[in-house]
Design a protein around this ligand. Structure first.
Ligand code: ATP
Ligand code: MG
Length: 208
């Protein structure tokens, strides 16, 4: 469940509908929730009948996981960008490509900038690129982007909502004060969301 990020989701949803957005760049410091945002976006786009690349394996679907951190070359579409082949026309129709932790090779980036982005602009097929909190990785892409999103820290009401829902998942073993403490800590340092989640979930399995 995604908490907060309503403004970002609204922008992304609008971009899926406007028919003219080709490139979106999402940046954040590490651990701010880029993967969580992209996972929600994948769901939202699939509900709107978009083809989302790279596809999820059966295991990933079952685990409700995201394959968006995968090496970009695993996606045929991206392979064709690297090799300079023209974009598959099927792929330009309501196709969303999610690339997380973008760390391009020089060849990939050249092909991407010189051949793919101009073609995408004609076909109006959006593409989302996410860097792992290193703004330098996206420096060349940013000027070509139709939309630049920078994730900030979550407001405390969102982290509180998150820990309340986590508490339900772990059979309500957290006290009110603990939820409040965790929420405050995670709002201060978003990297703690993942660490605390793993700890609390693991704690649960040792009890059951
Ligand atoms: N807005 C959110 N709503 C719900 N959970 C979130 C949100 N943001 C982050 N999380 C949770 O916090 C943890 C860290 O978030 P996530 O992995 O998405 O961050 P990231 O920016 O992709 O991190 P990294 O830099 O390590 O790739 C995960 O357990 C994720 O589910
Ligand atoms: Mg991530």
């Amino acid at each position: 469940m995604l908490v907060g990020r309503e403004a970002e989701m609204a922008l992304l949803r609008k971009a899926l509908q406007d028919g003219k957005t080709a490139l979106i760049v999402i940046g954040s410091a590490p651990g701010m929730g880029r993967s969580a945002l992209l996972q929600e976006l994948r769901r939202c786009a699939e509900d709107m009948n978009w083809r989302v690349l790279p596809p999820l394996s059966k295991e990933e679907q079952a685990a409700d996981a995201f394959s968006i951190d995968r090496d970009t070359t695993e996606c045929d579409f991206l392979e064709s960008i690297s090799s300079g082949r023209p974009l598959d026309s099927k792929a330009s129709d309501k196709t969303l490509i999610l690339i997380n932790n973008y760390q391009p090779s020089e060849a990939f980036e050249r092909a991407f900038l010189q051949h793919c982005i101009p073609e995408m602009n004609l076909a109006a097929s959006p593409l989302i690129i996410v860097a792992a909190g290193y703004p330098g990785d996206m420096a060349s892409l940013k000027p070509c982007a139709d939309l630049n999103i920078e994730l900030d820290r979550l407001p405390i009401r969102a982290t509180r909502e998150y820990f309340n829902s986590l508490n339900q998942r772990i059979q309500a073993r957290m006290l009110e004060e603990e939820i409040e403490e965790y929420a405050a800590a995670a709002a201060e340092d978003p990297g703690l969301m993942g660490a605390l989640t793993r700890l609390l979930e693991c704690d649960r399995t040792s009890y059951t």
